[in-house]
Write a protein that binds this ligand. Sequence first.
Ligand SMILES: [Ca+2]
Ligand SMILES: [Ca+2]
Ligand SMILES: [Ca+2]
Ligand SMILES: [Ca+2]
Length: 415
Amino acid sequence: MSDVPFRLRAAAATALAVAAALAPAVRAAAPSLPVDCLPDVVARWEATDPDVRYGAQNVPGIVLGHPGDSTPTQGTTTVASLGPDGSVTFRLVDAVIEDRPGPDFIVFENAFFQGAPPAGPGDDYLIFHEPGFVDVSPDGETWTRFPYDADALAEAATVGSIDRALHLALRGLAGITPTFTGNWTIPDDPAVWDPDGQGGVSGAGGDAFDLATVGLAEVRYVRITDAGTGNGFPGAAEGFDMDALVVLHGRPLGSAAPDGDGDGLPDGVETTLYGTRADLADSDGDGTDDGREVAGCRDPLDGGDAPYLLREPHLFADGTDCTTIRWTWLGADAAWDVLRGDVANLFETGGAVDLGPLDCLAAATAAVSWSCDGAAPPPAGAWFYLVRRSDDGAGPGTLGRGSSLAERQSGATCP
Ligand SMILES: [Ca+2]
Ligand SMILES: [Ca+2]
Ligand SMILES: [Ca+2]
Ligand SMILES: [Ca+2]
């Protein structure tokens, strides 16, 4: 590996974290270079009894990626449970959520239909639900809660599952609409029967929220709090099960780097990561500038509504007795190599960075975490950890671009 320069511009499919020798308990997150439509940081994780909570060992990665796979009648298990009255607070680093016409973000829990999904718009149905409050904030200080019907919530606390009328009455809360595999960038309106969606549900379901409802132009923080209704199974998975937060209307925060066309993406990032034009704000001419497209899950080079993401995992390293590595992508359509290197071996060569010899800790894992590295770097030294895409089961174009701007090819094994 040491004879193969690692181009910085090829970072789209890799993430890096540095674990310091003397501070193994410090949680380190790599800064995010590309703008995407997912939250970047769990600013606060306040699950109730977090040590016993389902999925807690995979936080933050498990709640920062896209929604997990599930069916209309069985919710995904790629979640982290909040427990009764528990909460999770997300922060966006590279973008803000902005109000544009229609819903601006979707919250995914693992609600599901109990029994067969309804076959037509007049059919009643039952939903296994675990409602949560949704609060938003521009600054992490001032919070606004989406309005909901308190009487409907009180009624929901008395029933094991909700029917159609109660489902519609609970709008304004998350965790009430079934979530299942589909286009997770298409918001569902529970009051509208979608003939193309199972059970009339659009996209991948979930609960969509419009900032216009609370009169805010843009926010950078979203908090989900279990509504304390006691629905669902007691125990580790009790309470709201956080799956994913997806931004539909985002705007890059920009940086100090030159941005000639003013679309929020620096010139160099456009050229090397997105392949978009640095001299044209709207590269594909569809009416939305490049920055807003990538901050809202849309391909800046192609119209249409297919979900678009540069698969840039955020990487976290922490632990006390050993170093645990977590990252943000689910494994259903991806596998990862987990690598370790020594910071002392890094050197720059020809405009690229050579990583030096690497130790392969895990090859082609489909998990979102790896635990744990019990070794430690030498005194005053430091290691870095890297997770990179190993298998591109989702097809070409998902590994990012190499320094030639050609699509990167997958490697089946660690080096
Ligand atoms: Ca809106
Ligand atoms: Ca630009
Ligand atoms: Ca551009
Ligand atoms: Ca565009």
